[in-house]
Design a protein around this ligand. Structure first.
Ligand SMILES: Nc1ncnc2c1ncn2[C@@H]1O[C@H](COP(=O)(O)OP(=O)(O)OP(=O)(O)O)[C@@H](O)[C@H]1O
Ligand SMILES: [Mg+2]
Length: 241
């Protein structure tokens, strides 16, 4: 028996603007991610990767089709219910990070937990543990503008992973990181999936796809190909010599 998917996109499409400025960012995309699965999304700039993630996380409503998280259609939820589901079930690493500038690293990480009703002391303890895990305990009390780009990126990742999130959506979470630190982030996402979460990861790095169970390719707003990890992978002969 296969487990119910954590995320399901059913023919989800997205159109921005209207008339002469109309852009079809995503054509009916269908995708299903089971607990424990890490799915990588690749495609050229402007192909619709972030749009796909926005729809998956309920940050934006699809123009057509439907998005289900843990079996619930997002279109049937009130704004309040949707906000609650996003806080509780969805961890999101934004392409532009979105850290709150007036909060320290630890406060940024604790914020979603506190909004969800956790006690402040408990949320702080969790935040410090998350910082420890990513090797950034020392920046706990620094504000975003007192951290490097890579440190901010890891704080954004920690924020997406605290608490019992079952769906983790990460939009280029390693862009500002050196390759070793980037691999560390991938290892964390993989561990979270192995513990039962579903992850959708946008990445430009072909070697990051090795951590994924499947790779989905997007071109001009359409899913054009899907490969599984067991499928033959093109070998870069140059890397072997
Ligand atoms: N808010 C918006 N209003 C109008 N058009 C938009 C909006 N957001 C995205 N688009 C357009 O939709 C298309 C897909 O954009 P999207 O951000 O999903 O691409 P992407 O694959 O994430 O690109 P990148 O790799 O550069 O981050 C692009 O043509 C983009 O210009
Ligand atoms: Mg993008």
């Amino acid at each position: 028996m296969t487990a119910n998917p954590v995320l399901e996109l059913r023919n989800a499409g997205k159109v921005y603007g209207a008339g002469a400025t109309l852009v079809t960012a995503l054509h009916g995309a269908s995708l299903s991610i089971a607990p424990g699965e890490l799915v990588a999304v690749r495609g050229a700039s402007g192909s619709g990767k972030s749009t796909l993630l926005h729809l998956a996380g309920g940050l934006d409503a699809p123009s057509t089709g439907d998005v289900l998280v843990e079996g619930r259609s997002l279109s049937g939820l009130s704004r309040k219910e949707l906000a609650r589901l996003r806080r509780r079930s969805v961890g999101y690493v934004f392409q532009d990070l979105n850290l709150v500038p007036s909060l320290t690293a630890a406060e940024n990480i604790a914020l979603p937990r506190e909004l969800d009703g956790a006690r402040a002391a408990e949320a702080r303890t969790e935040a410090l543990a998350a910082l420890e895990e990513i090797g950034l305990r020392e920046v706990a009390d620094r504000f975003p503008d007192e951290m490097s780009g890579g440190q901010q990126q890891r704080v954004a990742i920690a924020r997406a992973l605290v608490g019992p999130r079952r769906l983790v959506l990460a939009d280029e979470p390693t862009g500002a990181l050196d390759s070793e630190t980037g691999e560390g982030v991938l290892r964390m996402l993989r561990a979270r999936c192995n513990a039962g979460a579903a992850c959708l990861l946008v990445t430009h790095e072909p070697r990051h796809s090795a951590w994924a169970d499947r790779v989905v390719f997007i071109s001009d707003g359409a899913i054009v190909d899907e490969t599984t990890a067991s499928a033959p992978v093109a070998v870069d002969l140059g890397a072997l010599t």
